[in-house]
Design a protein around this ligand. Structure first.
Ligand SMILES: CC(C)(COP(=O)(O)OP(=O)(O)OC[C@H]1O[C@@H](n2cnc3c(N)ncnc32)[C@H](O)[C@@H]1OP(=O)(O)O)[C@@H](O)C(=O)NCCC(=O)NCCS
Length: 174
C-alpha cells in the first residue's frame, strides 16, 4: 500500500469527504448524516485517510451513552473509502487509528452496525448485551457488533443512546 496519512479532518475537507461518500455509496445518501455528525459536539473523531494530498477515506466515531452506566462508549460510522482505492487496507487503517484514539481517550467499548465479514477482521464481535437504538430486523442482528478496548469489562446491559443525527429509524433498517 502507498503510504497513508491519517489525520483529523478540518472544515475545508468537507467537499472531499462528501465526494468519497457519494462515490462509495451510489445508492444511499449518507451526506445528511455525515454533515449533521460533523456539526455534532459528541463526535470524538472524524478521521481522513490521505494518499499524497488526495482524501481517499473517512470515518466518524461518535461518543454515546448507555443509560444507567458511566462507561465511555462510542459508535463507529459511517465509513467510506474511494472505490478506486478499496481493498488496499485503507478502511482498516482508518478504523484502527480511530480505535486507538478512542482507547487513548478512555473509551471502553465501540459499537458498529456493519458487515461482520469486514468488521470481524478488525476485532469486532456480535453484540448481544447492549441493544442498538432501534430494534433490528432478524437478518441484521449479526451486523450489530462491538469491540472492547484495553481489555475493558463488559458494559452494563442497556440500550445505546446516540446523538440526534443517528436518531433516524431509516438508518437502522434495511
Ligand atoms: C467497506 C469499506 C469501507 C472497506 O474499506 P477498504 O479500504 O476497501 O477495506 P480494506 O482494504 O481495509 O479491507 C478489505 C478487506 O475486507 C474484506 N471485506 C469484507 N467485506 C467487505 C466489504 N463490504 N467491502 C470491502 N471489503 C470487504 C475483503 O475481504 C477485503 O479483503 P481482501 O481484499 O483481502 O479480500 C469500503 O470498501 C467502502 O467504502 N465500501 C463501500 C461502502 C460500503 O459497502 N460500506 C459498508 C460499510 S459497513
Amino acid at each position: 500500500m502507498e503510504s497513508i496519512e491519517i489525520r483529523e479532518t478540518v472544515p475545508g475537507d468537507l467537499a472531499l469527504i462528501e465526494a468519497v461518500y457519494r462515490d462509495a455509496f451510489p445508492d444511499e445518501d449518507l451526506l445528511p448524516l455525515v454533515r449533521a455528525l460533523l456539526q455534532e459536539a459528541q463526535v470524538a473523531s472524524s478521521l481522513a485517510g490521505l494518499i499524497g494530498s488526495t482524501l481517499v477515506g473517512h470515518v466518524i466515531l461518535t461518543r454515546c451513552d448507555i443509560a444507567g452506566s458511566s462507561d465511555k462508549v462510542a459508535l463507529l460510522g459511517p465509513l467510506a473509502v474511494d472505490p478506486a482505492r478499496q481493498r488496499q487496507g485503507i478502511g482498516s487503517a482508518i478504523v484502527r487509528a480511530g480505535l486507538q484514539r478512542l482507547e487513548d481517550a478512555g473509551v471502553s467499548h465501540v459499537y458498529v452496525l456493519g458487515d461482520p465479514a469486514y468488521y470481524g477482521r478488525l476485532g469486532f464481535v456480535p453484540e448481544t448485551v447492549v441493544a442498538p437504538p432501534y430494534p433490528l430486523p432478524a437478518e441484521w442482528r449479526g451486523a450489530w457488533q462491538s469491540i472492547s478496548l484495553r481489555g475493558a469489562e463488559p458494559p452494563c446491559r442497556g440500550k445505546l443512546s446516540v446523538p440526534k443525527p443517528w436518531l433516524q429509524p431509516a438508518l437502522w433498517a434495511p
